[in-house]
Design a protein around this ligand. Structure first.
Ligand code: GAP
Length: 479
């Protein structure tokens, strides 16, 4: 196992042990590519949502939010193109019956070439793949897999079927009687809930182009190859924003959102070297330009967010299928038009994995006597940390817990605090490090005499003495 795989395995184990992420239906041996978030995971996830939501709807006067239903009229997905186009080229191994996404097989081969020091060959292979994907040359893709000598990881054979397209949408039935029931889909993206509400929102909130509609919600995709923990899931959450602009201005807004979204990531204090842009070669059926913001995960640079210039494709298509006009009257230029759209779309679960990857550290700590100690710490940005402050009375007696509880009462309404009086202070610090609490405060006997306490900073492990009355202000400033 490589170091990076080790790192991912260590993160997965840590996430389970400390209540961040569990495999769904764990007691039944789990459900593939579906995950549950535990006590600290659900806090972290909510904090990421809030950070994004605030940046969109509070920090932009011209962006409002909605919360649309997961179920939508089935024609939505015909209009959006998902019924006809939302598919990936797949290939089956005839011996193992295992199905693979063609691009995943070829990317894995390119990774192997890079690791073997043949980076140039890997580049060539990816270029060939992209060219074949963009022309939908399935025969060519199958030939490439055979020419590259790629075998099935399960059977070990190269006995492949033709390359075929498989739709990724989950379907279900709506209606009480089976014969009358209609097939509907679990939404594969939240965006369509925004498009079908374009005029409802524009009119009710009196929005003027350019303006945006933001939404956070579940999306579902029947991913064939589900891998890398919460990176590729069958049920996941998206944070999407559709920004409606005057036709002809889309390139400027595309550049604006590309930079603005990168700055959002960097505002969390994440190393800029771990980010890069990747321009799409093969564009989705709705886009005239698209790029990924990629992050350097433990398994390499991968997409965390997409910026798409979606033209007027979606609104135009909904107008056609619904026979309801989706036009906007622009009073500045006295014209009716269907707005163009720039979309920013980030996977909440991928952002969660990004934060864990950025935060997870195994550290060796030199001690005064020359020996060493070690710790696992999550250096989660303070604004996202599940607990902001741990309040730790040194002992369970002498009135220390009561004094600590007073501080707890003062801080609880403002940010999430954690109270613990069991075990040695050292052990308690380690537990808080492991869940990423940025500040720990110890209340000791001196606290009773002079109203001070020791505050310990997670990342540096340095400590200082401050007035108890200063704690709330100090934490709030850090947030
Ligand atoms: N509305 C546009 C759209 O859905 P996408 O690139 O297919 O575009 C957007 O998805 C984001 O959703 C991705 O950048 C990724 O972060 C997240 N995402 C997509 N599929 C996912 C999956 N199977 N599991 C987790 N996150 C996923």
């Amino acid at each position: 196992m490589s170091t990076t795989e080790n790192n991912l395995q260590a993160i997965i184990a840590h996430a389970k042990e400390y209540g961040f992420v569990f495999q769904s239906s764990d007691i039944y041996d789990g459900l593939s590519a579906v995950y549950d978030y535990g006590p600290y995971g659900s806090e972290l996830k909510k904090n990421i949502k809030d950070y994004w939501w605030k940046s969109m709807t509070q920090m932009h006067e011209n962006i409002v939010g909605i919360d649309a239903a997961i179920f939508m009229h089935p024609t939505t997905w015909k209009a959006s193109g998902h019924v006809d186009n939302f598919s990936d080229p797949m290939i089956d191994n005839k011996d193992s019956k295992k199905r693979y996404r063609v691009d995943h097989l070829l990317e894995a081969k390119a990774d192997a070439l890079t690791q073997a020091g043949e980076a140039e060959k890997a580049e060539e292979l990816l270029a060939k793949m992209n060219a074949l994907l963009s022309t939908e040359d399935f025969g060519g893709l199958q030939e490439l897999i055979i020419a590259e000598n790629i075998s099935c990881a399960v059977s070990g054979t190269k006995n492949w079927t033709d390359v075929r397209q498989f739709n990724l949408m989950f379907s279900t039935q709506i209606g009480s009687v089976a014969e009358e029931a209609d097939t509907i889909y679990l939404r594969p993206e939240t965006a369509q809930g925004i498009f079908v509400n374009f005029l409802n929102v524009q009119k009710s909130a009196r929005m003027k182009v350019p303006f945006g509609i933001a939404q956070i919600g579940k999306a579902f995709r029947n991913e064939i190859v589900a891998r890398q923990f919460i990176f590729r899931m069958r049920e996941f959450e998206q944070m999407e924003m559709q920004f409606f602009v005057r036709p002809g201005t889309q390139q400027d807004w595309y550049n604006y959102w590309k930079e603005t979204r990168l700055q959002w990531h960097l505002s969390l204090g994440i190393n800029p070297d771990n980010y890069r842009f990747h321009n799409h070669v093969k564009l989705a059926h709705y886009a005239d330009a698209a790029l990924d913001i990629e992050y350097n995960f433990p398994f390499g640079f991968k997409e965390v967010e997409g910026i798409h210039s979606r033209t007027d494709f979606d609104l135009k298509s909904h107008q056609e299928y619904s026979k309801k006009k989706q036009q906007y009257f622009d009073t500045e230029i006295n014209q009716n038009y269907i707005p163009y759209v720039i979309e920013t779309s980030i996977g909440l679960d991928r952002m969660f994995l990004l934060i864990l990857s950025h935060s997870y550290a195994e550290e060796v700590i030199p001690k005064e006597d020359g020996s060493t100690d070690s710790r696992v710490v999550l250096k989660i940005p303070a604004v996202l940390a599940p607990n902001k402050l741990a309040i730790l009375p040194l002992t369970k007696k002498d009135g220390l817990p009561e004094l600590a509880r007073e501080l707890m009462k003062d801080c609880m309404p403002h940010f999430k605090c954690y109270f613990e009086e069991k075990d040695s202070i050292g052990k308690r610090y380690r537990r808080q490090d492991a869940i990423g609490t940025p500040f720990c405060v110890t209340i000791d006997h001196q606290s009773k005499e002079d109203g001070t306490c020791t505050i310990r900073y997670r990342d540096t492990m340095t400590q200082e003495r401050i007035a108890i009355s200063e704690v709330k202000k100090l934490v709030l400033e850090a947030l």
